[in-house]
Design a protein around this ligand. Structure first.
Ligand code: ADP
Length: 179
């Protein structure tokens, strides 16, 4: 069987400027009505129609994901997922963060999308430690790729600063050895 390999890429930059993917993932909050960080940047770049569509969605639970159009963004869709707020790590945060990646990938796959970009969900305003969050992000995505070979052509992590990019590089190296 000749399956397309999934490329997992890391890049430094702004998630609102990733024209090579069909869908970008928003680290939203439960209201889905906009906020700071990635969420603010996405709404600003997409324009007011995104907020209008989000108002129809009735919010989103932590760990779940919902899809909308991308309007003025250079993508087809935005998947909005709600990461957990870090509260010491003993409150189900790891499972909820993994669910964000898993449910976003499932929703993208169900929509027929092959290329997707993620920010580092929960690592900003929600204070999830980058070391743990990056490990969960990469391990969850790699497990999904292994279980669904060929489902995606490109899965990209868009990191906003060099420290985050370095952290993902280190983790990705370790994970690839394990495969
Ligand atoms: P959360 O509330 O889930 O923590 P934030 O938006 O506050 O979400 O931050 C998530 C991560 O996204 C942080 O690491 C932050 O540095 C990064 N970030 C902020 N703006 C952007 C952007 N425009 N593109 C990509 N990443 C961004």
């Amino acid at each position: 069987m000749n399956q397309v390999q999934t490329k997992i890429a890391l890049t430094l930059g702004d998630i609102t400027k990733q024209g090579d993917v069909e869908v970008i993932v928003n680290a939203a909050n439960k209201s889905l009505l906009g906020g700071g960080g990635v969420d603010g940047a996405i709404h600003k770049a997409a324009g007011p129609q995104l907020l209008a569509e989000c108002r129809q969605l009735n919010g989103c639970q932590t760990g779940q994901a919902k899809i909308t159009g991308a309007y003025n963004l250079p993508n087809k869709y935005v998947i909005h997922t709600v990461g957990p707020i870090w509260n010491g790590g003993a409150h189900g945060e790891a499972d909820l963060l993994a669910a964000c990646y898993e449910n976003s990938l499932r929703l993208a796959q169900k929509t027929g999308l092959k290329t997707i970009a993620f920010p580092a969900i929960s690592t900003g305003i929600y204070r999830y430690p980058l070391e743990e969050a990056s490990q969960i992000a990469l391990a969850t995505v790699q497990a999904f790729v292994k279980a669904n070979p060929g489902a995606f052509e490109l899965i990209k992590f868009v990191l906003f600063d060099q420290a985050a990019l370095d952290c993902y590089y280190r983790k990705l190296g370790g994970l690839q050895v394990e495969l």
